[in-house]
Ligand binder design. Structure first.
Ligand code: NAI
Length: 758
């Protein structure tokens, strides 16, 4: 059953003879089992996936291939997974180095399975459960002491490829060496942030994360806030994903959340403050019984209603228990500023303080009994819930003096009592203690700050600079360019800790000028953007981009014109400007054209590169991993591809160290056939137009793109410089941004998040 294995087998340090993970068996092919199998196969590790029947695992494989966002870094990785069933293929357990159990959350089913596994498994292999709520001591109740030493919980988060957190739960019986080994394997091969936890309910992430959700929900009920209002506060303004609390409930599943709460109620002592917020909320069973279990059901706190042919997003009113169209809440905050948020003299400020203070109080009450490292709680919330700051960092930001002047009481909370006594505002200390990797987060604690504006920060570390964008989704504007330009006086790393590298040029910023018909200012900005990108490529110091998350449009143009790239495995990159009726104008057309013209085919046929790039940019193609990016020439094969996001900084730094004697690249020269290739592009456009795949404005945008990529008024004998192409890009961009139909597209995308076809 191990046939069909692709890729190299991964051998992990430390090189103890029995401690290698070359083969894994995952049992249970539901949401989590299939996610874990997919991610192991991303790391080129052969996996056998077992379920009650082979048809179930075969179906799981189909789900993995078609998953959105994709669980695989490349579809071919599916060949690392072999499907089987627990009757006919259980023998594979004999040969596996690691057996991961991810079956239904039922102790009887799990116990039966362990009986079978421990009878068959080879000596020293590791067995783990993905349970989210059953204690390790209960799971391992029937095991011998030796078997207990090979057993632990590996609690992955959904979706496995994208969520950074892995909690490994151990107790006194677990073999310490094995845990150390498993941690290092999951960190280096699977790229997870691994936090070792004690066997306590909900471990760290869910204990505080689910508590936070419950507080956000119960306080919203108490203060009579609407679903939208609560999510508008317990969301971006707190550095929490915009799904907030009610959106997240719908995403996870209201029924699943209800089960999770039941288990917390059962496992936690009656005096634990969690009990108060986990109690039955009358609306929840009503929703579940009517099939409103969240996004997977008919809807939940939000639902999509089809009314007169249109899809309308509606939210639930708690008083009337009826749905009505969602109201946009504008609390006029576009940056996370907790101090400002909690001191607002309105219901939003009161809600924010009430929720935040309870979370901080609860999280600190868990120190030192649940964990000695308060920093681990913060990191669990970052990696497992995508918060930008954990509760203790929030406390640090609010400031001790401010916090203690507002908080009611904190009796029996040793952690807070100590802070109160010592009054040490700088209590925080090191970050990311769970890993030995030198992360950006760690070095950012004591760097020299060179400069800071509204859009970016520049740090100096040793002999190089770091630029971190700081806007929403790291959208780019004039000030982002200022920072990049200023920072090239030293070798430069462009990297950040937030979810996205950069979602592209800030379209709100562009639209503000467009609304005032101030096109001169847009032109000035695009010119500056081009100048900056050119400077990144040709200045005397090397520039490395280290992206993770979205790197789209202008964000991707920065990467294209960096000298080196160290890319995380979870990226979405591409030039998507045509979707909003524009074309790439920061050198994106030029740079892709250059790369494709350097291929064998490109050197033979002048029209090969323009036609390829026309297709890539015209269709706004994106790559969802570095592996997919290479055939599109978004990345080249030497660019570094990195599984663990924490390693981005070290890898970027090592690129600079290796290239101390950096040679500034020679400027590119282009030969393009002008009219000749343009005609071919126009033919393609006409076909799409006649088939109604594009409409009037699509045709117009396509023609502008064709003009740029064909070299404008040129022919195969003339030579064009980079500046000529920059000018063509700028001209086409300006023509398009002045059109109403482009502005309609931008407005539509900004307000709905969706493309407009016009
Ligand atoms: P699921 O319901 O999606 O999948 C469970 C799978 O186990 C099904 O395919 C079922 O056919 C199979 N199964 C049942 N009995 C079996 C047996 N005796 N042998 C082999 N396969 C069997 O469940 P899900 O969500 O994947 O959860 C699995 C585990 O992961 C649970 O322990 C759960 O608590 C935990 N977990 C779930 C998370 C989530 O977000 N869904 C997050 C973290 C942990």
């Amino acid at each position: 059953i191990w046939f069909g294995t692709r890729g190299s087998q991964v051998q992990i340090l430390p090189p103890r003879p029995l401690m290698k993970i070359n083969k894994v068996v995952v049992i249970g092919s539901g949401t989590m089992g299939s996610g874990i199998a997919a991610h192991l196969s991303n790391a080129n590790i052969p996996v056998t996936l077992l379920d009650l029947k082979t048809e179930i695992t075969e179906e799981a494989k189909r789900r993995i291939i078609n998953s959105r966002p994709p669980l695989l870094v490349d579809k071919s990785k599916i060949e690392n997974i072999t499907a089987g069933n627990i009757q006919d293929n259980f023998d594979v357990v004999k040969y596996a180095d690691w057996i991961v159990e991810a079956v239904v959350e039922r102790i009887d089913v799990k116990h039966q399975l362990y009986d079978k596994i421990f009878k068959l498994k080879k000596k020293d292999s590791i067995v783990s459960s993905n349970t989210s709520s059953i204690p390790l001591k209960v799971l391992s109740k029937n095991l011998s002491e030796k078997d207990k030493s090979d057993f632990c919980i590996t609690h992955f988060f959904n979706p496995v490829r994208y969520m950074g957190l892995l909690e490994i739960v151990k107790n006194d019986f677990t073999n310490k060496e094995k845990i150390k080994f498993l941690k290092s394997f999951c960190e280096s091969s699977l790229g997870k942030g691994v936090i070792i936890c004690n066997d306590t309910p909900g471990f760290l992430g869910n204990r505080v994360g689910v508590y936070a959700m419950q507080v956000a929900m119960t306080e919203a009920f108490k203060m009579k806030l609407s679903v939208e209002e609560a999510d508008a506060i317990f969301g971006r303004p707190m550095g929490i994903p915009k799904t907030g609390v009610f959106g997240l409930y719908d995403l996870i599943g209201i029924d699943l959340m209800s089960d999770v709460l039941k288990s917390f109620i059962k496992e936690l002592p009656e005096t634990d403050p969690f009990q108060i917020v986990a109690k039955d909320i009358p609306i929840i069973p009503k929703l579940i019984s009517k099939g409103y279990t969240g996004r997977k059901g008919k809807g939940g706190f939000y639902r999509i209603n089809k009314s007169k042919g249109a899809r309308v997003l509606e939210s639930l009113n708690f008083q009337t228990e009826e749905y009505s169209p969602v109201k946009k809440i504008d609390i006029k905050i576009d940056k996370v500023d907790l101090k400002e948020l909690i001191s607002r003299d309105d219901k939003y400020g009161k809600y924010a303080w009430s929720v935040l203070s309870k979370i901080i109080k609860y999280a600190s009450s868990l120190i030192p009994k649940i964990t000695k490292e308060f920093n681990d709680i913060d990191e669990a919330l970052r990696l497992g819930f995508n918060w930008t700051k954990g509760p203790f960092e929030m406390l640090e930001e609010i400031g001790l003096k401010n916090f203690f002047s507002r908080i009611d009481d904190f009796k029996n909370n040793k952690f807070l009592e100590n802070l109160y006594k010592n009054k040490n505002e700088n209590f925080y200390g090191e970050r990311q203690k769970y890993t030995n990797i030198q992360t950006l987060g760690k070095i950012k604690q004591n760097p020299i700050k060179i400069d800071k504006n509204d859009s970016a920060e520049i740090f100096r570390f040793k002999d190089y600079n770091i630029v971190e964008f700081t806007t929403k989704a790291n959208a780019l504007d004039y000030k982002s360019m200022d920072a990049l330009k200023k920072a090239t006086d030293k070798p430069l790393i462009i990297i950040n800790e937030s979810m996205q590298f950069s979602a592209g040029v800030n379209l709100n910023y562009v639209m503000d000028f467009a609304k005032k018909k101030d096109f001169k200012s847009i032109e000035k900005f695009i010119k500056y953007f081009q100048e900056t990108c050119k400077h990144l490529k040709y200045c005397k110091n090397p520039v490395v981009s280290a992206p993770s998350g979205l790197a789209l449009g202008g964000g991707f143009e920065i990467i294209l014109q960096s000298n080196f790239v160290a890319s995380h495995n979870n990226i979405v990159m591409g030039l998507v400007e045509t979707i909003v009726g524009l074309i790439p104008a920061g050198g994106g057309c030029k740079e892709l054209l250059w790369r494709w013209s350097q291929t064998e085919e490109g050197k033979k046929d002048l029209d090969y590169a323009p036609l390829k790039v026309f297709e890539i940019i015209g269709y706004a193609k994106t790559a969802t991993s570095p592996i997919e990016a290479v055939p599109l020439m978004f990345l080249n094969s030497q660019d570094k591809k990195i599984m663990n996001r924490n390693s981005l900084f070290t890898e970027a730094k090592s690129l600079l160290d290796k290239n101390k004697k950096f040679l500034v690249p020679a400027e590119c020269k282009f030969k393009l056939s002008g009219e000749q290739v343009r005609e071919k592009m126009h033919k393609l456009l006409e076909k799409l137009y006649n088939e109604k795949k594009i409409l009037d404005h699509g045709l117009e945008v396509g023609k502008e793109l064709a003009y740029v990529l064909s070299g404008g008024k040129t022919d195969s004998k003339k030579e064009l410089k980079e500046d000529d192409l920059f000018n063509l890009e700028l001209e086409a961009f300006m023509k398009l941004i002045e059109k109403d139909k482009t502005q309609e597209r931008i407005f539509h995308t900004l307000t709905t998040g969706k493309p407009l076809i016009n």
